[in-house]
Design a protein. Structure first.
Length: 105
Protein backbone atom coordinates (compact mmCIF):
# COMPACT_ATOMS: atom_id res chain seq x y z
CA UNK A 1 0.00 0.00 0.00
CA UNK A 2 1.31 3.44 -0.93
CA UNK A 3 1.98 5.83 1.93
CA UNK A 4 2.02 8.99 -0.14
CA UNK A 5 2.02 12.15 1.95
CA UNK A 6 0.61 15.32 0.50
CA UNK A 7 1.83 18.75 1.48
CA UNK A 8 -0.98 20.87 0.10
CA UNK A 9 -4.70 20.61 -0.63
CA UNK A 10 -3.88 21.22 -4.30
CA UNK A 11 -1.74 18.04 -4.33
CA UNK A 12 -4.57 16.07 -2.74
CA UNK A 13 -7.11 17.51 -5.15
CA UNK A 14 -5.00 16.60 -8.20
CA UNK A 15 -4.66 13.03 -6.92
CA UNK A 16 -8.45 12.69 -6.55
CA UNK A 17 -8.98 13.25 -10.28
CA UNK A 18 -12.28 15.14 -9.99
CA UNK A 19 -14.33 15.56 -13.15
CA UNK A 20 -15.12 19.14 -14.22
CA UNK A 21 -18.67 18.61 -12.95
CA UNK A 22 -17.42 17.45 -9.54
CA UNK A 23 -15.07 20.44 -9.37
CA UNK A 24 -18.01 22.74 -10.16
CA UNK A 25 -20.15 21.09 -7.47
CA UNK A 26 -17.43 21.54 -4.85
CA UNK A 27 -16.88 25.17 -5.86
CA UNK A 28 -20.63 25.84 -5.80
CA UNK A 29 -21.10 24.31 -2.35
CA UNK A 30 -18.18 26.30 -0.92
CA UNK A 31 -19.45 29.56 -2.43
CA UNK A 32 -23.00 28.88 -1.27
CA UNK A 33 -21.92 28.28 2.30
CA UNK A 34 -19.63 31.33 2.27
CA UNK A 35 -22.52 33.48 0.99
CA UNK A 36 -24.82 32.14 3.72
CA UNK A 37 -22.24 32.98 6.40
CA UNK A 38 -21.75 36.45 4.92
CA UNK A 39 -25.52 37.06 4.89
CA UNK A 40 -25.76 36.05 8.57
CA UNK A 41 -22.85 38.28 9.53
CA UNK A 42 -24.20 41.25 7.54
CA UNK A 43 -27.55 40.78 9.29
CA UNK A 44 -25.59 40.91 12.56
CA UNK A 45 -27.14 37.65 13.72
CA UNK A 46 -25.52 35.00 15.85
CA UNK A 47 -26.06 31.38 14.91
CA UNK A 48 -28.46 31.11 17.86
CA UNK A 49 -30.49 34.12 16.67
CA UNK A 50 -30.64 32.74 13.13
CA UNK A 51 -31.75 29.42 14.58
CA UNK A 52 -34.70 31.08 16.30
CA UNK A 53 -35.68 32.99 13.14
CA UNK A 54 -35.29 30.05 10.76
CA UNK A 55 -36.25 27.02 12.81
CA UNK A 56 -32.93 25.34 11.89
CA UNK A 57 -31.13 24.10 15.00
CA UNK A 58 -27.96 25.98 15.92
CA UNK A 59 -25.71 22.89 15.84
CA UNK A 60 -26.84 22.27 12.23
CA UNK A 61 -25.95 25.87 11.35
CA UNK A 62 -22.52 25.42 12.96
CA UNK A 63 -21.88 22.20 11.00
CA UNK A 64 -22.87 23.91 7.77
CA UNK A 65 -20.63 26.93 8.46
CA UNK A 66 -17.69 24.67 9.34
CA UNK A 67 -18.14 22.84 6.01
CA UNK A 68 -18.96 19.65 7.89
CA UNK A 69 -22.31 19.25 6.17
CA UNK A 70 -23.70 20.18 2.78
CA UNK A 71 -27.16 21.62 3.31
CA UNK A 72 -30.28 20.59 1.49
CA UNK A 73 -32.04 23.23 -0.58
CA UNK A 74 -34.92 23.41 1.89
CA UNK A 75 -32.51 24.11 4.75
CA UNK A 76 -30.78 26.86 2.80
CA UNK A 77 -34.07 28.55 2.01
CA UNK A 78 -35.08 28.34 5.68
CA UNK A 79 -31.80 30.05 6.62
CA UNK A 80 -31.72 32.64 3.85
CA UNK A 81 -35.36 33.75 3.72
CA UNK A 82 -35.49 35.41 7.19
CA UNK A 83 -32.40 37.41 6.19
CA UNK A 84 -34.00 38.59 2.94
CA UNK A 85 -32.25 36.21 0.52
CA UNK A 86 -33.22 33.33 -1.73
CA UNK A 87 -31.58 31.01 -4.27
CA UNK A 88 -31.64 31.39 -8.03
CA UNK A 89 -30.38 29.62 -11.14
CA UNK A 90 -28.14 31.63 -13.45
CA UNK A 91 -26.42 30.81 -16.74
CA UNK A 92 -22.83 29.61 -16.71
CA UNK A 93 -20.44 32.36 -17.76
CA UNK A 94 -18.62 31.31 -20.89
CA UNK A 95 -14.89 31.91 -20.86
CA UNK A 96 -13.57 34.19 -23.55
CA UNK A 97 -11.49 32.79 -26.41
CA UNK A 98 -7.81 32.89 -25.69
CA UNK A 99 -8.22 32.86 -21.91
CA UNK A 100 -7.34 30.02 -19.63
CA UNK A 101 -9.12 29.06 -16.45
CA UNK A 102 -6.93 29.72 -13.46
CA UNK A 103 -7.06 26.95 -10.87
CA UNK A 104 -8.11 28.13 -7.44
CA UNK A 105 -6.87 26.77 -4.16
Amino acid sequence: MSKTKFKTWEEVRKNLNFTPEEEEQIRFEEELIEATIKAREEAKLTQQELSKKSGVKQPAIAKLENLNRIPQTTTLIKLLYPMGYTLSVVPIKKKKKGTKKIASN
